[in-house]
Ligand binder design. Structure first.
Ligand code: BGC
Length: 363
């Protein structure tokens, strides 16, 4: 009997496999040196302007005195791996990683695991069964919001019967880009199948490179002789480049352009009428979720109330406990009620550089 009790205690104490998210945590216990590894500074304004400061603030609020050891890989997955190795040597004992490459970052998780260091995949998936947690948004839903918007508004952009759609997707090594595209197709495939809309282009944009998106749009306009009504663009950074290509042909505002991230530039493009919509992802909530997990690791407490049984499946078939926040579609009708009301962007930021009266918004 006694030995049975002993065995069950040992099982609980070692139960930090991360496979259920319901066990008591042991790795990371007492840890106050957190490695934060973000992917780049150029594909979206979010990483430097939102994720970095919010994660730092929220981790330090959850664990007063904690050190946040920040690295940015500038889009180089080998550099990110080297940053992780250096962090582990320095003694960072919990890692929050937005992988440059969802597949190759499995080696990051392996290195960390070898030292008993848990890894939280932040925003981008990491395809490893040894991952501890995944914190992100419902990324298929992000794509569905973009697709839904197109399905509801394409008629405003038709030219005669032409309804040509170009899909400029994100970077293929970020598995989020695959989920966004899947979400869009969940909504638009029926319209492609019945001929309501015609898909004339559908490509991933390597590394979410914003400049490449402009080159893509220029190529599409040439190939289609400017006959494009809808440009599905995966995020605001690429949308801004696509809009530049449209402006060069005086087609801005005449093509439905989507985006994502509710960046200041994205909201400005919505107010000027050059972009139709964006997707607001409350990064404060995402950062808070990561900070809550860090605190749970530090305290060695259960995370059931954080993950609520939600899991995500990796490509190697493992179920990783996850916290997935809810995205919101934003267009000119709800800027005030969403991103402004939340303080995600301010009217001052938005109106800086915009002519007075634009979108009936700036005084
Ligand atoms: C993020 C987006 C971001 C994109 C490029 C995606 O995985 O979810 O918010 O715009 O990466 O950085």
């Amino acid at each position: 009997m006694l030995s049975l009790v002993f065995i069950s205690i040992v099982v609980v104490a070692c139960g930090n496999s991360g496979s259920t998210g319901t066990t008591t945590l042991t790795n990371g216990k007492g840890c106050t040196k957190i490695g934060l590894l973000l992917p780049d500074t150029s594909t979206s304004a979010r990483w430097e302007s939102k994720d970095r400061p919010l994660l730092t603030q929220k981790i330090q609020a959850a664990l007063p005195g904690a050190i946040v050891d920040y690295n940015n890989a500038e889009g180089d997955s080998a550099a990110q791996q080297a940053q992780v190795e250096a962090d582990l040597v320095k003694g960072d004992c919990i890692l929050i990683v937005t992988a440059v490459d969802s597949a190759s970052a499995a080696t990051i998780v392996a290195s960390a695991k070898a030292r008993g260091v848990p890894v939280i995949a932040y925003d981008h998936p990491i395809e490893s069964k040894n991952l501890s947690y995944y914190v992100s948004f419902d990324n298929v839903r992000v794509g569905e919001l973009q697709g839904e918007y197109i399905a509801q508004h394409y008629k405003e952009y038709l030219e005669g019967t032409n309804a040509n759609v170009a899909m400029i997707n994100g970077g293929q090594t970020d598995n989020n880009a695959l989920m966004f595209r899947q979400g869009v197709l969940n909504k638009l495939q029926p319209l492609f199948d019945n001929g309501t809309l015609k898909k004339v282009y559908d490509q991933y944009t390597p590394a979410w490179n914003n400049d490449t998106a402009r080159v893509e749009m220029e190529g599409i306009l040439t190939a289609q002789q400017n006959n494009i009504q809808i440009a599905y663009v995966a995020n605001d950074g690429m949308a801004n480049s696509v809009i530049a290509a449209l402006k060069a042909k005086q087609l801005n505002g005449k093509v439905l352009v989507t985006g994502q991230d509710a960046t200041v530039a994205g909201i400005q493009n919505i107010l000027t009428g050059d972009q139709a919509m964006t997707v607001y992802k409350a990064i404060a909530k995402e950062a808070q979720a990561a900070a809550d997990l860090v605190k749970a690791f530090h305290d060695g407490t259960t995370t059931v109330s954080l993950t609520k049984g939600v899991t995500t499946r990796t490509t190697d078939g493992a179920l990783i406990p996850a916290i997935l926040e809810t995205p919101v579609a934003v267009d000119k009708t709800n800027i005030a009620a969403t991103v402004l009301a939340d303080g995600f962007v301010t009217a001052h930021e938005i109106c800086q550089g915009l002519p007075k009266g634009v979108g009936n918004f700036c005084p």
